[in-house]
Structures are given as C-alpha cells and as structure tokens.
Design a protein around this ligand. Structure first.
Ligand code: CA
Ligand code: CA
Ligand code: CA
Length: 489
C-alpha cells in the first residue's frame, strides 16, 4: 500500500485531512481521503452528514473517517456556500444550481412568463427580463431546489405584492434582491413571506414589508438564514416583524424597523447577530416565553428607540429562554445621536431570561461578526434590495439615520401615498435564454447560442457559470457601497 500525506483543499469544514492511495483487491488503485475530526477553531469534533454537513458529536473523542476521493468531491460540492457572503445555518443551500433557467418576462399574476408560473416549479433558477410590481391575485407556494435571482431585474428591481408567498414543505431555496410586500390587499392574519415547514432556505437582500400579521413567519422551519434584509413596516391588524419559530435559523445584518413588536419573537434555536432594530413599538426582541426550551444567541445587535418605542427593547422572556448575549447596545434617549449603552446580562435577567455563558450556535458556515456600531452603518448602506432602494426603503433608512427623531408605525401602506413608481429598463439581450446576457457570454468564452453552458459547474469554484454571473451582478453596486441610498441597477 502506498501512502501519500498532505492537506486536502476541502477546508470548508475546517477538518484536517490526508490523502491515502489504497490498492484494492481488484488491483484498482483508489485515492481515499482521511478526515481527522478536530475542528481548528473550537477543538470540537464533527461527524458528517452529506446534506447538513458536519454535525457536532457529543463524544469528545477525535474520530477518523475514510472516504473515496470521488465521494469527497461530491460532498465538497454539497458545501459550496450559496453565494459569496452567504453565512449561517442556511448558507449551504444550493437552490437551482446547475438546473435549467426560467425567465420571468411579464408582470401578470399567472400564465406563461409570469412569476407564479416560474416560481412554483422546482429544480430551476429564475431570472427576470422585466422589472416592476407583480400584483398577485392569490397566495402562492414556491417550489424546491429553487433560486430566485432578483438581481437580474433591471431598473428598479422586482416587487411581489398583494398576497403571501410561502414555501410550505419546500427545501433548498435561495432568494436574493426581491421586495415582498403583501399589503392591505392580502388576507388578514397572514405574512408577506412564509418559511413555515421549509428547510435549507437562504434569503439575502430582501425587503419584506407590509405583512398583516407578521412580516415573516417561520414556524417549523429548519436550517435557514435571513441576512442583509429589511423587515419592516408591518401593517394592521398586528404589525409585527417575525414569528421566528425555527430550529437553527440565522438572522444577521438585518434592519428591523417600524414593527410594533417581534423583531423577532424567537422560538427554537435562533442565532441573532449584527441586527439593527429601530422604532419598535411595544418590544424589540421578544423571547419564546413558552413551556418548551428555546435557545437564542444575541450578539452585537443595536437597538435604537424611535418615536413609537417603549423602553422595552427586549421583553417577554421566561426561564425557558436560554439566552446568550454579548456586545449588544441600546440607545433609548431619542436624541438624534447614536450613543447607545452596552447591554448587560442584568438587563436580560431583569426581563426573566435564563442568561447562559456560552452561545449554542456554531453553524458550518460561520457568521462574520462586526462591532454593533458597524452593523448600523452597514445596515443603512446595504440592507434590503439595496441594488435599487425605492422610495419606501429610502424613507425607512432615513428614519433610522435620524437616531430617534423620525419613524412611524403605520396602519397600512395607503397612508404613504401613491406606490413608488416602477422604473422599467430593458434587460440585456440573452439569445439562448440561459440567463446570461450575450455580452457576458462573449466576455467569458461561453456560447451565446448554447443554453447548456450556463448550467455547467466550474469545478474550481463549485458554482455554475450562471451563478458566477449572478454573483457578479450582486456585487456590482459601487455607489450603494459608498453610501448612496438611491442606486438603481
Ligand atoms: Ca441616542
Ligand atoms: Ca445566454
Ligand atoms: Ca449560453
């Protein structure tokens, strides 16, 4: 048996490993990879689930795992993160990677070329050749193994309005740069976006507003992330942010604004990092306050009271809310300056939380943690559909930056005046319909008359050619990165 030792580039799981060449009884040489289960950061040990990635072992013993190289390659693909910048429990979602493309070409409620006809399918990536607002006539359910690439909507981007979008029992979904605004036209007691009973969902740069009960509901959700999003301006009858009842949900770098409460209400296992909460009404972050055990890590968040805010930036905890907190700030003085105070464990004990010394959450793809004050400036620049902030989102960010002076809980969106005008711009030409414009295909040595090349996975990155294009689009917002709030695609 020959032996070769060296580090395998499979670093996503931060496992030490070696390659070993073994001569099998059939004299067919196979290369195997040995994993040694020492996590470099925590000293903990993992086992390996091909869907969820490494799972924490209860045993402190180091373990050995041998897998054929071909199997390891397949596993390595399964942990390619959703896109650069994806973090937390949902960041291994692959959506419609490598699957065919469907193009939304009109703003109709249903029928060929509509959002509904495309997004209710599974095993697809959805791109937009149209921008503006889709007025849904009824609630809709998304498919599985699905990517919705809102960054492809030119001009003012895409808004889904007037009804609830759900993903009940769906799995493996990526959605980026879309506005979901149910509005007063939707049924009472529903949300704008519903992740209930869905698994492996990655939501990024969404604007989720005007939900009639909560803006978002996640009951029964597992292994998901909501990041870089605006969750705000809930409307009657309840006007709440999120009933986030999930096992392993990461909420990071979101702006929660003008919600009467539940920013969110956290039940299950909630990782809550670098969020900014502005102008809550009754309460900011709300505990699970149920008989069952709940776990939450609140790390480096900033709570800023606005005109409608009581002092209760946290509330409704019980001793079943096992809560780790560090680096959180609360600014309750409404003085137009960002000058919050560091939140102490005593503040959480005062509202009856069970303060614990260590965080529970160690997702496979960790969350990059910023100081709380940097989360505020980043949220102001980048939260929501920041490729094009419309007048609604610009107003919300202006309220945040008044640091206590401006903000309003609304009854419903009709009091805001006419809806924001949609800025419609023609999409670039995509002759073969693979989601990649001809010009980009030419520049990257693809064939603008061959739809199959967009689905091809680049072994160097783990992303399809289409995803490489989509990731580039999402990163191409130089003005918003510089702080402008009115940038359009
Ligand atoms: Ca202040
Ligand atoms: Ca193309
Ligand atoms: Ca092509």
């Amino acid at each position: 048996m020959s032996r070769q030792t060296g580090k395998h580039p499979f670093v996503a799981w931060r496992l030490q490993s070696s390659c070993v060449s073994i001569e099998t009884p059939s004299n067919r040489a196979e290369t195997w990879v040995v994993f040694i289960g020492n996590d470099a950061t925590t000293g903990s040990n993992f086992d390996v689930d091909p869907i969820k990635g490494p799972m924490r072992l209860r045993s402190p013993l180091t373990f050995l795992l041998m897998l054929p190289l071909a199997t390891v390659s397949a596993l390595a693909q399964s942990v390619t993160i959703s896109f650069p910048g994806a973090e937390g429990f949902g960041a291994s979602a692959s959506g419609g990677r490598g699957q065919p493309v469907l193009t939304v070409s009109n703003l109709q409620d249903d029928g060929p070329g509509s959002f509904r006809a495309a997004a209710t399918r599974s095993n697809v990536t959805i791109v937009f050749a149209v921008s503006g607002t889709v007025h849904l006539k009824s609630n809709m359910e998304l498919g599985s193994d699905l990517t919705i690439a809102g960054q492809t909507a030119a001009g003012g981007g895409i808004t889904i309005a007037d009804a609830k979008v759900s993903m009940t029992h769906a799995h493996n979904i990526i959605i980026r740069y879309v506005r979901f605004r149910g509005g007063i036209a939707e049924s009472p007691k529903v949300s704008s976006l519903n992740l209930s009973d869905a698994a492996h969902v990655m939501l990024d740069h969404l604007s989720i507003e005007w939900g009639r009960w909560d803006n978002i509901q996640t009951n029964g959700n597992t292994y998901s992330t909501i990041q870089n999003s605006i969750i705000g301006q809930g409307i009657v009858p309840q006007r709440f942010g999120c009933l986030c009842e999930s096992d392993y949900l990461t909420l990071t770098r979101n702006l929660w604004i003008d919600n009467k409460s539940r920013n969110p209400k956290g039940k299950g296992h909630i990782q809550y990092v670098n969020n900014v909460v502005y102008n809550w009404g009754v309460a900011g972050y709300v505990g699970g306050h149920g008989a069952e055990d709940h776990f939450a890590d609140l790390i480096n968040n900033y709570f800023i009271a606005g005109p409608n805010s009581a002092d209760s930036f946290i509330g409704e905890f019980t001793k079943t809310d096992h809560t780790y907190q560090t680096g959180n700030y609360a600014d309750l003085n409404h003085n137009g300056q960002l000058d919050g105070q560091l939140v102490t464990d005593d503040a959480f004990e005062h509202v009856n939380a069970d303060v614990v010394p260590n965080p529970f959450a160690k997702p496979e793809i960790p969350v990059h943690v910023l100081p709380a004050i940097e989360a505020v400036s980043l949220g102001a620049k980048d939260a929501g559909d920041s490729l094009c902030r419309d007048s609604v989102d610009r107003e919300l960010v202006n309220q945040l930056l008044s640091y206590g002076k401006q903000g309003k809980l609304i009854v419903d969106e009709t009091e805001l005046g006419p809806p924001p005008p949609s800025s419609e711009v023609a999409s670039p030409k995509d002759s073969d319909g693979d989601g990649i414009p001809d010009a980009w295909e030419h520049a990257h040595h693809l064939n603008p008359h061959d739809a199959s090349d967009g689905q091809r996975i680049d072994p160097k990155t783990g992303y399809s050619k289409l995803e490489t294009y989509l990731n580039e689009l999402a990163e191409s917002k130089p003005q918003s990165r510089l702080g402008s709030m009115a940038v359009c695609r």
